[in-house]
Structures are given as structure tokens and as C-alpha cells.
Design a protein around this ligand. Structure first.
Ligand SMILES: CC(C)=CCNc1ncnc2c1ncn2[C@@H]1O[C@H](COP(=O)(O)O)[C@@H](O)[C@H]1O
Length: 284
């Protein structure tokens, strides 16, 4: 598919490595409240009929996990790319996310995104341009936008939390482009899971030093200084200036196995990233 191909629909030509083709699970267009909204609203606000009680909802949530696991089970090595839904085509951030998608697919990774517009679309588009497999894990939203046009395998989720499990379970690392609350949510979910040892060897690379430096500075100067996190935790993040650097960091970390190796880390002596050969990814 050429880089200027119209966004007319996913390329599911024979020979695509994902034979499953586009697959939409769960709800698409959301008329009325979404499933997440129904789950999270208090039953006190409005009495619920028995078929929409939380107990029944658990069965639907379970079904969504089963469908998601089934659809994604054979994905192979994958990296998730997050970033703003509002990044416009042609913007530097869009082109960078696109290059990340392309470089990841050229390195043999499936590219997973939230399936939406902006940086998600850019990364999916880059993945297709690089000849790789492009996956979108969509979410039912009050104002549904639909999956972007650059996806081989699309799975729509009703519940944000189910979808977040899929990102973590089926990718080996995250590249995070500039974004807003949704992007920060995905970023901090991953960091928390690594910090608490629920996930190991999971690189998280922030793309765009200008954008991310104030956050990294705040984490170091406030969270570390005030004892909210350990000094070593800052090394859970790696910052990249360019798509090339971001992809190199994430790919090398995945290839290297366990990172951050918290057992080998010596918090007492606050060893630097350079001691571990991680200077390239040291957040400055
Ligand atoms: C323009 C607009 C609001 C479109 C919404 N359409 C979306 N479609 C799919 N995933 C989304 C969407 N909005 C937010 N997300 C999730 O949150 C992240 C982006 O949120 P944000 O724009 O940084 O906060 C994405 O990585 C994605 O996983």
C-alpha cells in the first residue's frame, strides 16, 4: 500500500500475515450510554432491571476477555504505540509516530494501537507502509469515530480496563508519543505494573524529549525528592528524541531480555543507568 493511499478501509489482501482479517468484537457505534458508563454509574442513580445488574455484567466482561484473548493469541512479537487521538496528519508528532510504526514493522514487530485517529492512526499507517501487521484495539466511546483505515486486525472493546489488559498482555513494550489523558493513563498503568513487578522486562519509551522532559523532571524532582517513588524507578522510563532512537531502545530492550532488572539494581547506592549500559535511555 502506498503511503498516500486513501483511507478507504483496511488492507486485507491475501498474503497478509494476519489471516483473521478485520475483526470487530463488542459494540461499535455507541448509541446511548456506553457499557463503561453503565458499569460505572451508581445503581442508586437509576434502578436497574435484573438483566443489566452488575452480576450479569460480569458475564459480559468475561466474554470480552475471552474474545480478546482468542483474537490476539497468535499475534507474535508486538509493540504498542500510544499517543494523542488529536494529532493531525502532517503534524511533526504524526509523522514521528508514523515512522515509529514503520520502523517497528521493519524490525519484525506487530504494531498495536488504540485503533483511533491521530498518533494511533499514524503508527498503524506506518506499520502498513513498513509491510508489517497493524492491530487496533478500539474502544466504544460516546462519540464513536470508528477504527482508522490502516488496520489488519481490529478488535473493539466495550470496557477500557479489558482493553488495557490486552495492550499489556500482547505487546512486549510501549512507545509513547505526545498525548493527553488517555495516553498518560496508558503510560502510568504500564509503569505501575513494572514498578510493582507485575510485569518484567517491559520497556516504556517516551518519544519527544521536549514534550516529555517536564514530566520526567517532575517525577525526578518531586516524586523522588519527596520519597513518593524510589530513585531507581525513574529508570523505568526511557526518553528518545527521534523515532529511530525510540525504536532502537524498545527493540534492544526487548531483545536483551530482562529490563529493568530490578534484582540486579542496587537502590542503596543509586547506581546510574550508565552502570547498566543504559545511558542511551537515561531520562535527562
Ligand atoms: C478525537 C477523539 C477524542 C477521538 C477518540 N477516539 C479514540 N479512539 C481510540 N482510542 C482512544 C480514543 N481516544 C483516546 N483513546 C485512547 O487513549 C489514548 C489517547 O488519548 P489522548 O488523546 O491522549 O487523551 C490512545 O492511545 C487510546 O488508547
Amino acid at each position: 500500500m502506498s503511503s498516500d493511499a486513501p483511507s478507504s478501509g483496511p488492507d486485507v489482501t491475501p498474503g497478509n500475515r494476519v489471516r483473521r482479517g478485520p475483526q470487530i468484537l463488542g459494540g461499535a457505534a455507541a448509541e446511548g450510554p456506553t457499557f463503561d458508563q453503565l458499569l460505572l454509574r451508581s445503581d442508586q442513580e437509576e434502578p436497574q432491571p435484573s438483566t443489566t445488574t452488575d452480576a450479569w455484567r460480569v458475564m459480559r466482561i468475561q466474554g470480552e476477555f475471552i474474545e480478546g484473548f482468542g483474537a490476539l493469541a497468535n499475534l507474535g512479537p508486538a509493540i504498542s504505540v500510544f499517543g494523542s487521538a488529536r494529532t493531525q496528519p502532517g503534524a511533526p508528532e504524526y509523522e514521528q509516530a508514523r515512522e515509529v510504526g514503520r520502523r517497528l514493522s521493519e524490525a519484525g514487530f506487530t504494531v498495536v494501537t488504540g485503533g483511533g485517529p491521530g498518533a494511533m492512526e499514524a503508527a498503524n499507517r506506518g506499520a502498513k507502509e513498513g509491510g508489517g501487521v497493524s492491530v487496533g484495539l478500539g474502544i466504544e466511546l460516546p462519540h464513536e469515530q470508528g477504527m482508522n483505515a490502516w488496520i489488519d486486525l481490529g478488535v473493539d472493546f466495550r470496557y477500557f480496563f479489558v482493553r488495557k489488559v490486552m495492550f499489556l498482555k500482547y505487546s512486549q513494550g510501549f512507545v509513547v508519543a505526545p498525548g493527553g489523558l488517555g495516553t498518560l493513563d496508558e503510560l502510568f498503568e504500564a509503569l505501575t505494573l513494572v514498578q510493582t513487578g507485575k510485569v518484567t522486562a517491559f520497556p516504556v519509551v517516551l518519544l519527544g524529549r521536549d514534550f516529555w522532559s517536564p514530566l520526567v523532571d517532575w517525577i525526578r524532582d518531586t516524586l523522588v525528592t519527596r520519597g513518593m517513588i524510589n530513585a531507581v524507578d525513574i529508570h523505568l522510563l526511557q526518553v528518545a528524541d527521534t523515532p529511530e532512537e525510540a525504536v532502537a531502545l524498545v527493540v534492544n530492550t526487548v531483545a536483551g531480555g530482562r529490563w529493568p532488572d530490578r534484582e540486579a539494581w542496587d537502590p542503596e547506592h543509586h547506581r546510574t543507568a550508565a552502570d547498566h549500559g543504559m545511558a542511551a535511555g537515561d531520562p535527562q
